[in-house]
Design a protein around this ligand. Sequence first.
Ligand code: PLP
Length: 514
Amino acid sequence: MNMQGRPTRPETSAAPKGATFTGNRALDMEEALIFETGRFDATGVDIEAPAPFESKLGPHARESTLGLPGLTEPEAMRHYVRLSRNNYSIDAGLYPLGSCTMKHNPRLNEKMARLAGFADVHPLQPVSTAQGALELVEALTHALITMTGMEAIAMSPKAGAHGELCGMMAIKAAIEARGEGETRRVVLVPESAHGTNPATAALIGFSVRSVPAGEDGIVNAEAVKRALAPDVAAIMLTNPNTCGLFEREIVGIAEAVHEAGAYFYCDGANFNAIVGKTRPGDLGVDAMHINLHKTFSTPHGGGGPGAGPVALSARLAPYAPVPFVVREGGALRLVEHAEGGKAFGRITAFHGQMGMFVRALSFILSHGADGLRQASEDAVLSANYIRASLNDVMSAPFGDRACMHEALFDDRWLKDTGLTTLDFAKAMIDEGYHPMTVYFPLIVHGAMLIEPTESESKASLDLFVMTLRDLALAAKAGKSERFHAAPVHAPRRRLDETRAARQPVLRWTKPAPA
Ligand SMILES: Cc1ncc(COP(=O)(O)O)c(C=O)c1O
């Protein structure tokens, strides 16, 4: 029971029995479900009972109440504030999740996104009244074209994976327009790829042919040539790749792919490492998504709302989906239908995530060209600082080589300690850090992928390095009790993550009366 006399959430997964009456441990407070704290006969607002009316719902009318919990305003406030304190966030500390680019979200972006003209714009309002918003979309498009060196940008996709789908649908449309839809049915995907790449290809009916990664972690142009055949529609290659390495043979790969009549899709999730340094268009890329929530600092927001605009080469630009913005005379217009063009159709109901566009443009304009280049350089410098500072206590799968924006370690250094990558990651939680990405990329055994981003100060990086060194030395010294039980200081201990993912309990069931 909590102090209000209502039951608290039962202790789960061997959480340490609270030594306190409330179950709270100082600022770490137990929080029950809102269904458990709320009262079904109460509400936080005074609403007048409606005048008698005749229901038109007939047999569809509810026979019982909805059963929603009622709370007073302070109770509701406290519930959500307490829950929010259980979240780890980039505003709370270093968030080294590799491949996710958890960088600081500048408050300036937030301020701009809240300007009424952007925040309140409605997708169905007359275009003549949304000219400012369209101008912002046009400006962001122009900035992305400049940075990627590509011909056109499809703005509407709502995440990286959605961008992949958009880019691959443009490729499919182009192949079908060439009359090769029936013969080019295969997409090449390197072994190191993010799972969304083969999933995207399969979703739109391609079959996937795997390309091995070389001993040095990058894709070899010769291996691609061996996999190319008249049935290949495209390759999906990530650059920098998921091992945090620049695909050095990318130009040769692009040439071979084009010679074979196929298209080059680049997974641009790691664009943040190369912005201002190199342009994908110059490397031979035909389509590439840009995760605005990674490279351009828009919030990840628990999986959404995101934005994944897709840059397209001149060869693919005609197949870009609607809607898109065009300038006609002095005014901007939204092209909503193919209008006789080759657009493959529409990938979202409306025009994309306006709030994310505002934040991304705000990041771009406030950094300027030199600032964006420096952000890329600092992200790479930070990752290499971490790599070099941990190299003697942990093992790097591809040797002592400079990396791009993320430092990758494997689990060879844990051999003979009886510990796993998971144990190490869980012990980081006790030290107040969100773990790095673990067990990805799949080609590296027990992978630990650390992406510090450009946001961290040297002091922050140093504390992180010292913490990881301390943990690594403890692991090697056989102090396994620090790991096997970890996390011991978190509100919840080790959960059955597989079961939580496969059989999530998403519905509260009212307990039977005692
Ligand atoms: C390499 C790579 N590709 C694709 C994606 C998918 O992006 P999103 O999560 O925006 O759908 C990610 C996400 O982490 C990624 O790291």
